[in-house]
Write a new protein. Structure first.
Length: 375
């Protein structure tokens, strides 16, 4: 049986319990505590969610979240499972679900079977990953791969939003993301292809207002019950990822617990210097042997060094072909090929057509709309 309480009431009880006893409870434990006290509701009315949330202050939006209902299920008092399943948190028929992370929770390292994204909207929070700690500050966003042992602790009234995305529906729901040629997409594809290593990606957004707006709207849509809310959340996730890559791809930090955090610098360097990069120069710069560097790149992207460089070049080439009027020779030079002929041969091998043919097929593909036109 489900019970209900608002975010604000539940958080108020969490905080009061901590200040009264000096102890912290996990979310299910607080649910049991409130149930035993007879403080949960059998039903609760939904607030009006038709406001303009984009331009609110953090404090005002926090008040809106305080008014949202939380669905609570009874905890049987047994030890908390080390792995949180998708069904434990994400409602049925939803691919994306957003919550405001509870404050004053008891530390409990755990794993998820879904992707978790934490965004610090205000204040700070302690991100614990495997055996290390990182104090995430306002504007930082972290994407945690499934099966990574972690925890997130908020010691004060800071605000952190947690976005949960099903791994089980990722391929179909985020198909466009899975086909892109960037490090974020490589990260997701590597995980979904069966890599169970502990991994995360970190972005430093400097508290970008656009990112915050997308996440606010995801939070509101997660509290709506209509047939459109899940689709809206998916759209906001795609917009958020696009905004992150457009403005903050250079801030990406990649972490694979098995090899150490500094490999993120290698991936960033490849992404921003692929035009003239060689394997030997990259190995010299980061003090790896070439064979070991090849292994690390393959483990983290699913591609060889040569394949990765080729994909990055062709990804930018397509962007130039479709969105600019640059000549093929100019594009070839821009992406690191020594001649237009070489570029054209590589392009034709990948796409079974010349760059000119690709441009013709994809640029201005949609016919102009002429009002009241007749056949």
């Amino acid at each position: 049986m489900a019970y209900y309480m608002t975010y604000g009431e539940f958080q108020s009880h969490m905080k009061a319990y901590y200040y009264r006893t000096g102890n912290r409870l996990q979310f299910p434990e607080m649910t049991e505590y409130l149930y035993n006290k007879g403080m949960l509701y059998d039903s609760i009315s939904a607030p009006d969610l038709t406001g303009d949330y984009d331009n609110m202050t953090d404090a005002d939006f926090d008040k809106v979240v305080d008014s949202l209902p939380v669905t609570l299920t009874m905890y049987d008092g047994s030890p908390l499972a080390p792995t949180v399943e998708e069904a434990d948190l994400i409602p049925n028929a939803r691919d994306v679900f957003v919550i405001r992370h509870p404050r004053y929770t008891r530390p409990n390292l755990h794993r998820h079977t879904y992707f978790e994204i934490n965004f610090v909207a205000n204040g700070q929070g302690k991100f614990i990953f495997e055996q290390e700690e990182h104090l995430m500050k306002e504007g930082e966003l972290c994407i945690i791969a499934p099966n990574s042992k972690h925890d997130f602790l908020i010691e004060d009234d800071s605000t952190v939003f947690t976005i949960c995305i099903r791994k089980s529906t990722f391929d179909t729901t985020f198909f466009s993301l899975m086909t892109r040629k960037d490090l974020l997409s490589y990260f997701f594809r590597t995980i979904l292809q069966g890599d169970n290593h502990a991994n995360y990606l970190m972005f430093f957004t400097n508290n970008n207002s656009v990112i915050k707006k997308y996440i606010r709207n995801m939070m509101i849509e997660s509290s709506k019950k209509d047939m459109y809310s899940n689709a809206c959340c998916i759209s906001y996730v795609n917009l958020m990822f696009s905004a992150l890559l457009r403005s903050y791809s250079q801030t990406i930090q990649f972490y694979n617990y098995e090899m150490g955090a500094d490999f993120s610098l290698v991936l960033q360097y490849i992404q921003h210097n692929y035009q003239t990069l060689t394997l030997s120069s990259l190995a010299d710069l980061f003090h790896y042997s070439e064979p070991h560097l090849c292994t690390l790149i393959k483990q983290n992207t699913g591609l060889t060094f040569t394949e990765l460089i080729k994909r990055l070049r062709l990804s930018d080439a397509i962007d130039y072909l479709v969105n600019t009027s640059m000549k093929v020779g100019e594009i070839a030079e821009r992406i690191g090929y020594n001649s237009a002929d070489h570029f054209s041969r590589v392009f034709r091998s990948a796409y079974k057509m010349s760059p000119q043919e690709y441009r013709k097929q994809h640029k201005d593909k949609e016919p102009a709309f002429v009002p009241f036109a007749t056949k």
